[in-house]
Design a protein around this ligand. Structure first.
Ligand code: CTP
Length: 399
């Protein structure tokens, strides 16, 4: 029998603390050994007795009380943890974590652990948007703390906005993904292109498209979870770069192409999700173009097809492309796969609701070289990312 994983649930003093009863219950029922550590303030929002009953373990609140299970308890809990989840994580607790303060049991445990720490911030929108909180979150992300983004909606203070604790389902899924992630890409380098490109017309204008980069960033996160080294070549996006990804920021297709060619020899797997502009203005005006009466004609030049170029250079690499289609999905995708020398292709039908640009989900078909087609139902981009790497040919992944 595999040993039960130890999940430390750290609860800090926010109204969403009451939702942790549900999370603790879910984790226990699914076979995790749950240890709840609460700050003093958290005990005002939910009774330790509730969590003790649901976790079947003593709830730890006091730095100096003796609990039979642990010798030096903050060290014992910190060492036993396979993951520490801070939910809800208040602005105050994030600030303490950033500074390395250890003035209660939970902050001491967090400081003493080597396990992954996952924080789910939850607070009033203004507190969340305050530059000091944003700065704390950024610094913690840079140090490898994992975050679940706060959700939007009605807040306890009566206003509506960002700052709600995400659904317990989402928190549970994140915990289980981190604990169960396969390490089958250990030793592999994955090159991912993501986001839109911007093709300058003049100093203030450019041509771009509606790509947000979400699919590429989800793939980067998944590859990191599986132990890969990730080279993320990204057009402009507002997304947080996954911790441990090596980011190469570009704007134009030409820049993206140059970096991809430079990095290609290091890559074992390439996934091209970028919505590369197929054309750029033929000439760049270094002065702002002034309006005149009548029409303006813009002459466009073809951009390099980055993926096709990599397909021609391909040696040992596995190449995975995306296709955005609005008609004849499978047929068009097959042609694209041949032309670009791909191993497989992820086709999404932009005409379907819940697929494509700017949305959280995707509806895709995976098309393989031997002609097999795997149709996937509507699912999150993180799940699509998982299936894309699950579909790598044997021999490309570590056992
Ligand atoms: N791609 C690329 N460089 C380009 C254009 C596309 O690397 N200049 C990559 C994309 O990242 C994606 C795939 O090629 O993986 C998409 O191929 P593309 O031929 O552009 O198809 P669509 O945009 O889906 O459709 P269309 O052919 O209609 O433009």
């Amino acid at each position: 029998m595999t040993e039960r994983k130890n999940v430390v649930v750290g609860i800090t003093g926010g109204i969403a603390a009451y939702k942790m009863a549900d999370l603790v219950s879910r984790l226990s029922k699914n076979g995790f050994n749950v240890h709840v550590v609460m700050t003093e303030a958290a005990t005002r929002f939910i009774a330790p007795l509730t969590l003790r009953t649901l976790s079947n373990n003593p709830v730890l609140t006091d730095m100096f009380e003796e609990y039979s299970e642990w010798k030096v308890q903050h060290i014992g809990v910190a060492e036993a943890a396979d993951i520490i989840v801070i939910a809800p994580a208040t602005a105050n607790f994030l600030a303490k974590m950033r500074c390395g303060l250890a003035d209660d049991l939970l902050s001491t445990v967090v400081l003493a652990t080597r396990a992954p720490v996952l924080a789910a911030p939850s607070m009033n929108t203004n507190m969340l948007d305050n530059p000091v909180t944003q700065d704390n979150i950024k610094a913690l992300k840079d140090r490898g703390i994992l975050f679940i983004e706060p959700a939007e909606g009605e807040l306890a203070c009566g206003v509506s906005g960002r700052g709600r604790l995400p659904d317990v389902d989402i928190i549970y899924q994140n915990i289980s993904d981190i604990l169960n992630s396969k390490k089958d890409l250990q030793g592999k380098t994955v090159l991912i292109t993501a986001g839109p490109t911007q093709e300058d017309i003049d100093p203030v204008r450019f041509i771009t498209n509606r790509s947000t980069g979400k699919m590429g960033y989800a793939l980067a996160q998944e590859a990191i979870n599986r132990g890969a080294r990730v080279l993320l070549v990204s057009g402009p996006t507002s997304l947080a770069v996954p911790v441990n990804a090596e980011i190469y920021r570009v704007r134009s297709a030409v820049e993206m192409n140059e970096i991809c060619i430079e990095l290609f020899d290091q890559a074992d797997i390439v996934v091209a999700t970028a919505a590369v502009a197929d054309y750029r203005p033929l000439s760049y005006s270094d002065q702002k173009i002034k309006k005149k009466d009548g029409d303006l004609t813009l002459k466009l030049a073809r951009n390099p097809d980055i993926l096709e170029g990599l397909g021609q250079r391909k040696k040992h690499q596995i190449l995975i492309g995306f296709a955005a289609e609005t008609s004849n999905l499978i047929e068009n995708a097959r042609v694209k796969m041949q032309k670009k020398n791909l191993d497989y292709l992820v086709a999404n039908d932009l005409t379907r609701e819940g697929a494509g640009f700017g949305v959280e989900t995707n509806i895709c078909s995976l098309i393989f070289r031997d002609g097999t087609v795997k149709n996937l139902p509507q699912m999150s981009k993180a799940d699509v990312a998982r299936i894309i790497f699950d579909s790598l040919p044997a021999g490309q992944v570590a056992e």
